[in-house]
Design a binder for this molecule. Structure first.
Ligand code: PGA
Length: 249
């Protein structure tokens, strides 16, 4: 299966920098077309830059960082899955730990957002992961298992769902989980998926948390790692493409 190289731009940039970043990324892919044999690409800019980025997307798919669970109506400030589909988004990140933490999103809400997203043809990137305290207490499987159980909808399959394992303590901190930790968790996640879906072996499971060009090769060599969800390093075209290049032999 091709690796999914997903860039989460978070709340960064202007229309100008978003436009130049996607342009640089596309140029680098064009200069190194063998990357497309190994990787699929998606970038998730802030909502207001989706259209700017879409205009320049050629090989890279467009994604958003969140969507509403509601269809439409009096929900000030929210963006529906239908609106994302309308501007050309194909993916949406849901349940990122920053949304869980700063916006009090819980698994039920992530589940309902995923149902809405799938109903409008979006592929969800559902994020799960334990905090440092939970890992220290040895509770990582229990926590991630519970998140998966409650947030992945019944209708999920390998075409409409991607899982991203992001240990909260590794996001934006420069700390990465060890290859052994990633192997154990990704195997656990695959096992959980196979209890839920017939096509579990084909569902992409991404790793996220301080992925960079220097650690990408090791991370991608871990069984059941089908790509990366990249924050900070996705804001530099060289680093983002450098991570993708780690899939080449
Ligand atoms: P990071 O973020 O790569 O900056 O650690 C990853 C994420 O939050 O998706």
């Amino acid at each position: 299966m091709k690796k999914l190289i997903a860039g989460n731009w978070k709340m960064n940039g202007s229309a100008g920098t978003a436009g130049s970043l996607i342009w640089e990324v596309e140029s680098k892919i064009q200069a190194q077309p063998d990357l497309l044999e190994e990787c699929d690409f998606v970038v998730c800019p802030p909502f207001v830059h989706l259209e700017t980025v879409k205009e320049k997307c050629r090989k890279v798919a467009l994604g958003a960082q969140d969507c509403s669970q509601q269809k439409n109506g009096a929900y000030t400030g929210d963006i529906s899955a239908a609106m994302l589909n309308d501007v050309g988004a194909q993916y949406v990140i849901l349940g990122h730990s920053e949304r869980r933490q700063y916006h009090k999103e819980d698994d039920k809400l992530v589940h309902d957002k995923a149902v809405a997203a799938n109903a409008h043809g979006l592929v969800t990137i559902i994020c799960v992961g334990e905090t440092e305290a939970e890992r220290e207490a040895g509770r990582q499987n229990e926590v991630v298992g519970a998140q998966m159980e409650a947030s992945i909808p019944q209708t999920a399959n390998h075409k409409n769902t991607v899982i991203a394992y992001e240990p909260v303590w590794a996001i934006g901190t420069g700390k990465t989980a060890t290859a052994d930790d990633i192997r154990d968790m990704h195997a656990f996640i695959r096992g959980q998926l196979s209890q839920k879906m017939a096509d579990a072996a084909e569902v992409r499971v991404l790793y996220g948390g301080s992925v960079k060009p220097s650690n990408a090769r090791e991370i991608f060599s871990v069984p059941n790692v089908d790509g990366a969800l990249i924050g900070g390093a996705s804001l530099k075209a060289d680093d983002y493409i450098g991570i993708a290049a780690a899939t080449l032999s």
